[in-house]
Design a protein around this ligand. Structure first.
Ligand SMILES: [Zn+2]
Length: 54
């Protein structure tokens, strides 16, 4: 199963969840820490990539 990155506004942190495609499409996911369901998917379209300078 693919894993997806989300941002939890309640925890104010990024989390990664392993979901099936159908689970993701139905929104059947929640924050493992606080149980919030209003997670924001961290897709490239939503988030600008963090550039790190080494
Ligand atoms: Zn949370």
């Amino acid at each position: 199963m693919p894993s997806y990155e989300f941002f939890c506004p309640k925890c104010n942190k990024e989390i990664s969840l392993t979901l099936t495609i159908s689970e993701r499409e139905r929104g059947e996911y929640k924050c493992p820490s606080c149980g919030a369901k209003d997670l924001q998917p961290l897709l490239g379209a939503f988030f600008s990539k963090t550039s790190r300078k080494s």
